[in-house]
Design a protein around this ligand. Sequence first.
Ligand code: MEV
Length: 329
Amino acid sequence: MVVSSAPGKVYLFGEHAVVYGEPAVPCAIERRARVTVEERDDDRLRVHAEDLSLDGFTVEYSDEANATPDVDVSESLIQAGIGYIDAAVEQARDAADAPNAGFDITVESDIPLGAGLGSSAAVTVAGIDAGTRELGVELSAEEVAERAYQAELDVQDGEASRADTFCSATGGAVRVEGDDCRAIEAPDLPFVIGFDGSAGDTGELVAGVRSLREEYDFAAETVRNIGDIVRYGEQVLAEGDVEELGKLMNFNHGLLEALGVSSRSLDQMVWAARDAGALGAKLTGAGGGGCIVALDPTEATETGLKFTPGCEDAFRAELDTDGVRVEES
Ligand code: MEV
């Protein structure tokens, strides 16, 4: 039996624009998904999931079409969850040249699903790491990242950037531009996260930005301006100027809002964070609902968010310099 874990992430800058080749800076946070994998003596998969923003469920199957969970929860959420686990299993089988390996898998996660914190990437990364190790193969973090990216491409019909999976596999702050992913230096970043309890539809939001960009030159210009913020933001990160980073986050949120990917509750949380004295605040991830990220070394933003209508949960999340790691084997 092997247990591996991998962190979720926030986007300091650059979501959406990264889809069009602009750079982005995701940062791993100390919220993890843990995947336990034990090889079976047949070719079946038994998946038990906890805390995926749904009641726990167990499903046992030999192919996805026959997957019948033991609880009554939304089919689409289960299929989404199973899709990533299945794709991770396929990658582990391929890496170990064991196409018929069966597994008992348990997924536990303290990253809300679909909320912009990279839950699916963390589950995929941890699943590939635990699955390959259980079959006697050790991959580097970069190899896990590559396989996790391929797995996300499979599940998301070819629409995925490398940002989430690379960041989850390697940890720390990361710069992503197309296929070029690398770790970058970052100061201590006092992240505070606000969660509205909902999840945006990434595919729909990405498609919305794509059509705006095709229709309006100024929307294409907005995407390029996000890239400019990221390029300047990298220098500011290297200098460790957290106050200036906050200002850039505010700018970045405004541009995302202009692209139509914010929401009333995300804006409310962003303003509550700023009113509480945060250095800056923006939505993180695809938007439409889910999470905001603010910078505040004091308790004020977390407290302010907890009293904000529309905010279901607020918590501090430090930058996690550890990527995927083995918890037990
Ligand atoms: C979603 O977490 C981030 C987006 O930029 C999409 C992507 O990069 O694949 C909106």
